[in-house]
Design a protein around this ligand. Structure first.
Ligand code: ARG
Length: 465
């Protein structure tokens, strides 16, 4: 029997239940529903709608339900559309008439929105902490990398040498913005919808402020229609996670490139690479590839939810039930990807000799030659043309660029010295630049960033559900 059978003369069709039920996936909201239900009942007690004995009876029944769910002893019934109705049904079985008062002044509409916000608040924290763990690995690898350098690329063409630490921290700073967005999204969703009822509030003396405080929310809702129909927080969480996924995808792509024979910049640890079922020699970077591949799925979840929301009239519509699976899956996927990438990066070997060889091509210092001419008073555009011609001539005639530079009347031996291995990267001295001096400052700033993120996210690891 459904909770709403009163108005109906017959039971629901099988296919209707199969189509509309959400129990299979919203079971994950059980702990949050129990917390919301307990706060609601305490609020009803404070308002005098339930007496103390009734409140105690319902709270005891909620504890019993928690126990049954934890021990997998909870018996779901045929009419349990979702976790919320299942819990209310069981509370009523256990607490009798007091249990039947649990839903007083409440609708599943404010109930579901409350549970989902509680879920997000906790799970975004877990995601943030997993991001920090990956950032810590990037920071440690960057610290160890010392003066190692590799070609920096634009258009995937070698452009200028950069320190390996600088390259690794570039990914670290992108992740820092993700953490900032996670914390910001968490702050914005920290509003309690309970007390909005189905859409309009209640005639009973509910206490939405007290219930919000009881659940640790920063505030209660301001508008009951908005409270039950707003899923901005789901869309925003999905955006933040999708962009995080895009950053992981870019990192994954570099793992794939760097571990190829063509680049040869990185050797993956055996534990973090996979083999081929046919080709005995293969060692594949599947973690990098899946980090890249999952991004499509995450962007799809964001797009799906935005599309679900776009035409909905106020207030609650059943369409909103479609918010949960993409949200749960997006969080699950990044929480698989983050530790996998962290483990891969922590154990990989950077082949710095190979990086150096690739970075030490003489043309990598071409802009230094142009800047040498600028220092002597030549306009940059003329210097650019002069060096470009020298590089072209050396390439076409197969002669050594350093020799041509040495012999050139405007350049000479001091300019040729700029082409020596390792010189160009040391000359990147400006703040935020790719050379050793600014990178030393950057490493310190990044350590400060990590400490600030840990402070914002807290140390305790919330249990997932
Ligand atoms: N399982 C539903 C959801 O997640 C519960 C809300 C149903 N509300 C209603 N008025 N039918 O959206």
């Amino acid at each position: 029997m459904t909770l709403w059978h009163g108005r109906f003369s017959g039971g629901p069709a099988e296919a209707l239940l199969a189509f509309t039920a959400s129990l299979a996936f919203d079971r994950r909201l059980a702990a949050d529903d129990l917390a919301g239900s307990a706060a609601h009942v305490r609020g009803l007690g404070r308002a005098g709608v339930l007496d103390d004995a009734e409140v105690e009876a319902v709270l005891a029944a909620l504890d019993q339900v928690e126990h049954e769910l934890d021990g997998a002893e909870f018996a779901f019934a045929a009419g349990d559309e979702d976790i919320h109705t299942a819990i209310e049904r069981r509370v009523t079985e256990l607490a009798g008439p007091a249990g039947a008062k649990l839903h007083t002044g409440r609708s599943r509409n404010d109930q579901v929105a409350t549970a989902l916000r509680l879920w997000c608040r906790r799970e975004l924290t877990v995601v943030g902490q997993a991001v920090v763990t990956l950032q810590q690995v990037l920071y440690e690898r960057a610290t160890e990398a010392g003066d190692a350098y590799l070609p920096g690329y634009t258009h995937l063409q070698r452009a200028q040498p950069v320190l390996l630490s600088h390259h690794l921290l570039a990914h670290g700073w992108a992740l820092a913005r993700d953490v900032d967005r996670l914390v910001d999204a968490r702050r914005r969703l920290d509003v309690c919808p309970l007390g909005a009822g189905a859409l309009a509030g209640s005639s009973l003396p509910l206490d939405p402020d007290g219930v919000a405080t009881d659940l640790g929310f920063a505030a209660r809702f301001d508008n009951s229609l908005d409270a039950v129909s707003d899923r901005d927080f789901v869309a925003e969480a999905l955006f933040v996670v999708a962009l995080l996924g895009v950053h992981l995808s870019r990192l994954g792509e570099e793992v794939v490139l760097w571990s190829s024979d063509e680049f040869g910049f990185m050797a993956l640890d055996d534990a973090w690479s996979t083999g081929s079922s046919m080709l005995p020699q293969k060692k594949n970077p599947d973690v990098g590839e899946l980090a890249r591949g999952k991004a499509g799925r995450l962007v799809g979840h964001l797009t799906g939810v935005l599309t679900t929301l776009k035409g909905l009239p106020l207030a609650y519509n059943r369409d909103l039930q479609e918010d949960k699976e993409p949200l749960f899956d997006a969080v699950d996927q990044v929480l698989l990807a983050l530790p996998a990438l962290a483990g891969l990066l922590a154990s990989a070997t950077f082949r710095t000799e190979r990086m150096r060889e690739a970075a030490d091509g003489p043309a990598a210092a071409a802009v230094d030659l142009a800047e040498h001419l600028v220092a002597a008073g030549m306009p940059f555009r003329s210097a650019h043309t002069l060096v470009g011609e020298l590089v072209r001539d050396a390439g076409e005639s197969g002669t050594d660029l350093a020799r041509a530079v040495e012999a050139h009347p405007d350049l000479g031996p001091a300019a040729a010295a700029l082409l020596a291995p390792g010189v160009a990267v040391r000359r990147r001295t400006t703040p935020g630049g790719a050379g050793p001096d600014p990178v030393a400052v950057q490493l310190e700033r990044f350590a400060g960033q990590l400490a600030a993120e840990r402070e914002r996210l807290g140390d305790d690891a919330p249990a997932r559900s």
